[in-house]
Design a protein around this ligand. Structure first.
Ligand code: S3P
Length: 261
C-alpha cells in the first residue's frame, strides 16, 4: 500500500465513524421531537441552537478549525430542523391572500424557520417567461397570465414539503385550488383594505392596481374574492398589526393542531 492509500484508509475509518455518529444524532433528534410533541413543548427553540454552537466550540481542541466547525454545525442544525419539519408537516404549506397581505415575506421566513423549500408562483412565471408580471399582463392580458399561473400550479403541486406563496388571484380558478389542496394545507393571510392600501401605495408592480391604486378599487376586488378565500382555506391568519415573526409563530402553532392530509 502506498503512503497516500494508507492516509486515505484513515479518512475512510473516520468517515465510517462520522456516519454512525450522524445517524445516531438524527435518531435522537426524532426522539426529542416525539418528546416535545407529547409534552406540548415549543418545537422551534432558537436559543437551543445558539447553545449547541457554543458547546461544540468549547469541545474544539484546535481553534484554527473553528470556522469549519461553525459551517459544519450550521448544516447539521439545518438538517435537524428539516428532518423535524418533514415529520411534523408532511404536506405543503400554501399561502393565499390578497396582494400585499405578506405571502412572500411570511413564506420566506417560514422556509428559513422550518428549512422547507420555498416557491413563489409569480416568481416562477417570471423566470419561465423572462418577463415581469406587468409585462405579461401588457402582452398577453390577464387571461394569458392566468393560463401561465395554472400551468405553474400543475407543475409544482405534486411536490412535497414545500412552502408555496401564490399570487392573489390563484383562487379564481377552481382547478388551481383543487390541485393545491391535494398535497397542501392552505393558509389565508387576511388583510384589510386599508392595510393593503398602505402597504402597496407607491408600488407599481401589481398590474391590477398600478393605474388605479385606490381604496375603492382594492375594496371591489377584495369583496369579489373574499368568498373564494373563505371557501378555500384550511386556516386563516389575521395579519393586521402583526410582525412577520408573529404570523409565522401563529401558523406553526396552528399547523401542529391540523390533521394530516
Ligand atoms: C394578482 C396578484 C399578484 C400577481 C398578479 C395578479 C391578483 O400577486 O399574481 O399581479 O390577481 O391578485 P401578489 O398577490 O403576490 O401580489
Amino acid at each position: 500500500m502506498t503512503e497516500l492509500e494508507n492516509i486515505r484508509k484513515i479518512i475512510d475509518d473516520y468517515d465510517r465513524k462520522l456516519v454512525e455518529v450522524f445517524e445516531n444524532r438524527l435518531k435522537v433528534i426524532l426522539k426529542v421531537l416525539e418528546y416535545k410533541q407529547e409534552k406540548g413543548l415549543p418545537i422551534l427553540q432558537p436559543d437551543r441552537e445558539l447553545k449547541v454552537f457554543e458547546k461544540v466550540n468549547s469541545y474544539l481542541k484546535h481553534p484554527e478549525f473553528s470556522q469549519e466547525l461553525e459551517s459544519l454545525y450550521c448544516q447539521i442544525l439545518k438538517i435537524s430542523r428539516r428532518l423535524q419539519s418533514n415529520k411534523l408537516f408532511p404536506f405543503n404549506i400554501v399561502l393565499i391572500g390578497f396582494m400585499g397581505s405578506g405571502k412572500s415575506s411570511v413564506g420566506k421566513e417560514l422556509s428559513s424557520l422550518l428549512e422547507m423549500d420555498y416557491l413563489d408562483t409569480d416568481q416562477l412565471i417570471s423566470e419561465r417567461t423572462g418577463m415581469t408580471i406587468n409585462e405579461i399582463f401588457e402582452v398577453q392580458g390577464e387571461y394569458g397570465f392566468r393560463k401561465l399561473e395554472a400551468e405553474v400550479i400543475k407543475d409544482i403541486h405534486q411536490r412535497k414539503n414545500i412552502i408555496i406563496s401564490c399570487g392573489g388571484g390563484v383562487v379564481l380558478n377552481p382547478s388551481n385550488v383543487e390541485l393545491l389542496k391535494q398535497n397542501g394545507k392552505v393558509i389565508w393571510l387576511k388583510a384589510s383594505c386599508s392595510e393593503v392600501y398602505s402597504r402597496l401605495s407607491g408600488d407599481s408592480s401589481r398590474p391590477l392596481l398600478k393605474d388605479n391604486m385606490t381604496v375603492e378599487r382594492i375594496s371591489n376586488i377584495l369583496t369579489e374574492r373574499t368568498p373564494l378565500y373563505e371557501a378555500t382555506n384550511d386556516m386563516t391568519v389575521d395579519t393586521e398589526k402583526k410582525t412577520v415573526q408573529e404570523i409565522c409563530k401563529e401558523i406553526i402553532e396552528d399547523l401542529l393542531k391540523q390533521p394530516n392530509i
